[in-house]
Design a protein around this ligand. Structure first.
Ligand code: NAP
Length: 286
């Protein structure tokens, strides 16, 4: 069987092109979506992510500004900055690059962001809305996965959907989005017994574990659609996912590669959330 290779590069480029086109129309009405990105300390991975986000903003025509703060910044200073940004009319989205340096509390900063500007969708109010199915924004990575499944015409309704991983930013919301689309959802984690038995039931399998090549061919039902969220390094330092791609690809119906699968979708969905925020804050329908 030769699987459909789900092309996250192309699908994310389509999302960004659509956001750029809608941004151009908003500009005709004098509205320029604005994103503020806060980075604290000098973590090299965070620096790369922030640079990529700023570039993506420029590419779709958004205004963006970076607030780079030293690692010694206090909790009070950080929250005060968020509160200032909450008040600004030209800033529609605020995100704070995580993880924060030791001594700073991620939760306190997320809670300080006005929910309507929380384009990462990490604020408890947005998390609650996802549970209720009444959301404006979705967390970017699970939203990107749904976009990939839709683009590849993978059927979800009535299907067995298994997610490996239960983090607040990927696994849990992923399960909820699949449930909203009528999948029969199982979320697995490190205490799951007989994991391979559970994953072999999956018509749609999403791996968000953070362990290189963790999902082996014997864990996958022939014909399943497999989405690999993982971003790991293999024994040679090469970027790889949570799925043993070479062994799994021949038996599934569709699969995402790493790189070039879920990764590029995350920033594209952040752009879409920022556009949504700008529209909502200017009283436009979505
Ligand atoms: P995380 O917070 O570390 O969560 C990992 C999850 O995997 C946990 O729920 C953990 O279970 C579970 N797990 C660990 N070992 C397991 C095992 N042996 N069997 C079953 N479950 C196991 O990670 P995350 O933030 O969700 O990220 C997951 C991966 O996705 C990472 O590689 C990360 O780099 C990647 N990622 C990619 C993007 C992207 O844009 N492509 C975005 C975010 C994350 P417990 O809860 O029981 O510990």
């Amino acid at each position: 069987m030769s699987p459909i290779i789900i092309d996250g590069k192309k699908i994310s480029a389509d999302v960004r092109a659509q956001v750029a086109a809608e941004t151009a129309k908003l500009k005709e009405q004098g509205i320029v979506p604005g994103l503020a990105v806060i980075i604290v300390g000098d973590d090299p991975a965070s620096r790369v992510y922030v640079n990529n986000k700023k570039k993506a903003c420029a590419d779709v025509g958004f205004y963006s500004e970076e607030h780079a703060l030293p690692a010694e910044t206090t909790q009070e200073e950080l929250v005060a900055l968020v509160q200032q940004l909450n008040q600004r009319k030209d800033i529609n989205g605020i995100l704070c690059q995580l993880p924060l340096p030791k001594g700073l509390d991620d939760k306190a900063v997320i809670n300080a962001i006005a929910p309507e500007k929380d384009v990462d969708a990490f604020h408890p109010s947005n998390v609650g809305r996802i549970m209720l199915g009444e959301y404006s924004f979705l967390p970017c990575t699970p939203a990107g996965v749904m976009e990939l499944l839709h683009a590849a015409d993978v059927e979800i309704s009535g299907k067995e959907c298994v997610v490996i991983g239960r983090s607040n930013i990927v696994g849990k919301p992923m399960g909820m989005l699949l449930l909203h689309e009528n999948g029969t959802v199982t979320i697995c984690h490190s205490r799951t017994k007989n994991l391979a038995e559970v994953t072999r039931r999956a018509d749609v399998l999403v791996a968000a574990v953070g362990k290189a090549k963790f999902v082996t061919a014997d864990m996958v039902k022939p014909g399943a659609a497999v989405i690999d969220v993982g971003m790991n390094r293999d024994e040679n330092g090469k970027l790889c996912g949570d799925v043993d791609y070479d062994a799994v690809a021949p038996i599934c119906s569709a699969i995402t590669p790493v790189p070039g699968g879920v990764g590029p979708m995350t920033i594209a969905m952040l752009m879409r959330n920022t556009l949504t925020a700008a529209r909502m804050q200017n009283g436009l329908d979505n």
